[in-house]
Design a protein around this ligand. Structure first.
Ligand code: GLY
Length: 257
């Protein structure tokens, strides 16, 4: 159950951020509107939002999920593998400390981005080993989670080059279910879960966001959304086109706890 989320709107230089996709330059005004729609959906789902100011020092800073891992029992600051994102971490420390007290962090040579961490449910976390999160970062997070009484498992997907973060290709739906792109579906770490696969052309939809009784889905992926509805989920579609252009998804835009 989430009660809060920290969000930050994109800054005016949002288009200067990192991206691996080739979908064109994002429209800043449209991105702001989509961010507002996203915030409204979180509020509607029952969350109280802490809204940070846009920070043009870091063009990717709207992607809050990457700078910390927040759990019901504690939070930890990360150490982004993308050098241009490293400075974002300190911009969240004071806000997050208000809720969790003093925070520990992932230390070099470990790297870890929150987008590579999935709370799969039942106290178990999946930690992606990716271009941004290395084995040492995953080891540190796993040890920290264990101290809090959680279990974890690594999902090394460095051979699946089209997936940036673990949550780009996979998100938790509760009920021991994962939304997943076909490229990741055969990964041995996922074999104990019921998988809800995206269909061709809808891979982006695998990054959906369950918030309490609602699942936020990216607008424009009707087969996936209808599938979730048939499974009994209440879905809310959010326009994400401008964030998709910058390799961002629904989970990336907030830190929930
Ligand atoms: N643009 C989000 C990221 O690459 O981290």
């Amino acid at each position: 159950m989430f009660t809060r989320a920290i969000v930050r709107p994109p800054g005016s230089n949002f288009a200067d951020g990192l991206t691996t996709v080739n979908l064109g330059v994002p429209d800043y005004q449209k991105a702001l509107e989509q961010h507002e729609q996203y915030c409204a959906a979180l509020t509607q789902a029952g969350l109280t939002l802490t809204r940070l100011a846009a920070d043009t020092r870091f063009p990717d800073a709207t992607f809050m999920e990457d700078v910390a891992v927040a759990t019901p029992r504690g939070a930890i600051l990360t150490h982004p593998g993308a050098p241009t994102r490293a400075g974002e971490v300190e911009t969240i420390r004071a806000t997050l400390s208000q809720y969790y007290g003093p925070l520990s962090m992932i230390d070099a040579p470990g790297t870890l981005e929150g987008g590579d961490v999935c709370n799969a449910g039942d106290g178990h976390f999946l930690i992606g080993i990716s271009r941004r999160t290395n084995e040492e970062g995953a080891r540190q997070l796993s040890a920290w989670l264990a101290r809090l009484g959680y279990t974890s498992q690594c999902v090394d997907f460095r051979d699946r080059r089209s997936i940036l973060h673990l949550t780009t290709g996979m998100t938790a739906l509760g009920h021991h279910r994962l939304a997943v792109v076909p490229e990741l579906a055969d990964h041995p770490a996922l074999r104990d879960y019921e998988l809800v696969r995206t269909v061709p052309g809808e891979a982006y939809a695998a990054n959906c966001l369950r918030v309490n009784d609602v699942v936020l889905v990216a607008a424009g992926f009707p087969t996936f959304e209808a599938y979730l509805q048939r499974l009994g989920y209440h879905t809310v579609a959010v326009e994400m086109s401008e964030f998709q252009k910058m390799d961002g998804g629904l989970t990336c835009l907030s830190l929930r706890f």
